[in-house]
Design a binder for this molecule. Structure first.
Ligand code: NOJ
Length: 570
């Protein structure tokens, strides 16, 4: 019999419904430097994480992603690796790592490591060798521009004080390339020997039993080595120029064949190119490259202290959801170590609304299709620290941007105000465990100041409070775990032009859920689209203690109220 499928093919539909552990997992990101210090040096460490394994278990999460834990001089907090096969001194030893992995696995929690493969540290042995001479066997592990060719074609560096990505080296009389800081030279992926060294290093960790890899800045690894000139102002659209280089897919397919295909692990790319097509090309299952990616479109919304339009956020989520409805898989997140605290950026961190808006944002993340990536501390409703002097900042991005602002005589008041809102240090302050000194993070002096709100915003207090942000987080994670519709069900958004309320349904053959999120600090009388039949609606999740008053499809939503209704049950 010939069956003709209209619209989506059967194969496409099957693709997204194919259950995989990494599609069902809630991933919890730990910034190790700031999580828990066990030895009083003011820096979080692996033993610290081990001492909090039961806390991790209590959250109900399935996997932990650790920011880089490998040896590093810490120019960029571990994103500058000097030895890929050993543990950073401040964080502990390989024995500690093995114990951590074991402890996580005993609690049924998987471990994802951060692979920084676009660049190494300038203190890596490869680079030390590379700059000894042009004929050194490691010279070609990096990108060089010999001085006899004149000045290199300009390339933009994210962290360099002058945003110049070429640094001159007097011994080899050549410039080397660094998209990030001068201490983060870019690796030359054109070199097959380097690629093989990297694949072997990845196998070293996978053979230890880790469960996943986060691929840092991977969309940048393939460079156009003809070094053509880019047009004026290209840096404002940098991913168009640096992302998805000519050989990226070749490298990914090779890496998949050599490494990933041999293990049942999760792989996630940081960055997804510039278009939906770029993202699909990275993660669609039939491409055999990566499992999922996180795109930057949501992160690019809300970077202006004046605020953002909810309609932009809704449209961005809807655009990506729709494009990935049948094929491919995405990571869902609102914060990580590179952006401000989610409540300060997308919610309202004033004492009045911090808790409700934190819970609402958590609801959004946990009711979207895609794998939730949740940043440590957000489950407590931690907010931006908003340092007002440059001396308090630790992040190279802020420190060098400040030097640049001084050099270019920019308005420093405006610069500092912006940093209070967007600096990465806002999410890097120590985890707030309790109301004792240093929030229970360390018995020494923390490497970065603790947010003074730790007296009330802390895990100890929130564990005992049935209405805390933390208790709500645990409840909604458990709800997601028992509701496959939230993982795999279709997403349908309504009323996209409404400036205050985000309304969508998640539906599969078993059930249908309605999500209503009031993204404003005022009460809203909201009319739910008539197409949604709410007669049998039963509230399943609510971030307020009282049920919202609802008559037919009219509902009164309190400021920052989030509700999830089960519309029917079979
Ligand atoms: C992305 C990482 O998330 C960020 O923290 C880091 O600074 C850059 N890549 C460079 O590795």
């Amino acid at each position: 019999m010939l069956i003709i499928c209209v619209g989506k093919t059967h194969a496409q539909k099957k693709n997204i419904r194919q259950p995989k552990w990494w599609k069902e997992a809630v991933v919890y990101q730990i910034y190790p430097r700031s999580f828990k210090d066990s030895d009083g040096d003011g820096i979080g460490d692996l033993k610290g994480i081990i001492s909090k394994l039961d806390y991790l278990k209590s959250l109900g999460i399935d996997a932990v992603w650790l920011n880089p834990i490998f040896s590093s001089p810490n120019d960029d907090n571990g994103y500058d690796i000097s030895d890929y096969r050993s543990i950073m001194k401040e964080f502990g030893t390989m024995k500690d790592f093995d114990a951590l992995l074991k402890g996580l696995h005993q609690r049924n929690i998987k471990l994802v490591l951060d692979m920084v493969l676009n660049h190494s540290s300038d203190e890596h042995e490869w680079f030390k060798q590379a700059k000894q001479s042009r004929t050194n066997p490691y010279h070609n592990y990096y990108h060089w521009w010999p001085e006899e060719k004149g000045k290199p074609t300009p390339r933009y560096s994210f962290f360099d004080v002058n945003n110049d990505a070429w640094k001159y080296d007097a011994i080899t009389k050549s410039y080397y390339l660094h998209y990030f800081s001068q201490k983060q030279p870019d690796l030359n992926w054109e070199n097959e020997k380097l690629r093989n060294e990297i694949y072997n290093m990845m196998k070293f960790w996978l053979d230890k039993g880790i469960d996943g890899l986060r691929m840092d800045a991977f969309q940048y690894v393939s460079k156009d080595t003809t070094w053509k000139k880019y047009p004026e102002g290209y840096e404002k659209n940098i991913i168009n120029y640096y992302g998805m280089g000519p050989n990226l897919h070749h490298y990914l397919k090779e890496m998949n064949k050599e490494v990933m295909s041999k293990y049942n692990v999760m792989t996630v790319a940081e960055g997804a190119g510039s278009t939906l097509e770029d993202a699909h090309a990275l993660v669609d299952e039939d491409r055999h490259e990566l499992n999922m990616a996180y795109h930057f479109e949501i992160m690019d919304i809300g970077n202006d202290p004046k605020g953002y339009l909810l309609t932009d956020l809704k449209k961005a989520f809807t655009k990506w959801e729709t494009s990935f409805a049948d094929k491919g898989w995405l990571a869902v997140f609102l914060a990580n170590h590179d952006v401000p605290r989610m409540v300060s950026k997308y919610g309202n961190d004033s004492p009045e609304f911090r808790q409700a808006s934190s819970k609402l944002l958590t609801t959004l993340i946990m009711t979207m299709r895609g794998t939730p990536f949740y940043f440590n501390g957000d489950e407590l409703g931690m907010s931006n620290i908003k340092f007002d002097q440059i001396e308090d900042y630790r992040d190279i991005a802020t420190i060098n941007a400040h030097k640049n602002a001084v050099l270019k005589k920019k308005n420093l008041k405006t610069f500092m105000a912006k940093q209070q809102f967007i600096s990465r240090d806002n999410t890097r302050t120590p985890f707030q465990w309790d109301n004792t000194a240093n929030a229970g993070f360390s018995s020494g002096t923390p490497w970065i100041k603790v947010n003074p709100n730790y007296k009330s915003v802390n895990a100890f207090a929130e564990e005992k409070d049935p209405n805390s942000v933390l208790t709500y987080f645990k409840r909604i994670v458990a709800f997601r775990k028992e509701t496959p519709t939230l993982m795999y069900g279709n997403y349908q958004a309504y009323d996209l032009e409404n400036p205050d309320v985000y309304c969508y349904t998640r539906t599969d053959e078993k059930e249908s859920l309605l999500v209503l999120l009031n993204f404003s600090s005022k009460e809203i009388n909201y009319h739910i689209d008539q197409k949604i039949n709410t007669t049998a609606a039963a509230p399943a999740i609510n971030n307020y203690t009282e049920s919202p008053s609802k008559k037919n499809n009219n509902i009164k939503l309190m400021p920052w109220q989030a509700v999830v209704y089960k519309l029917n049950k079979h």
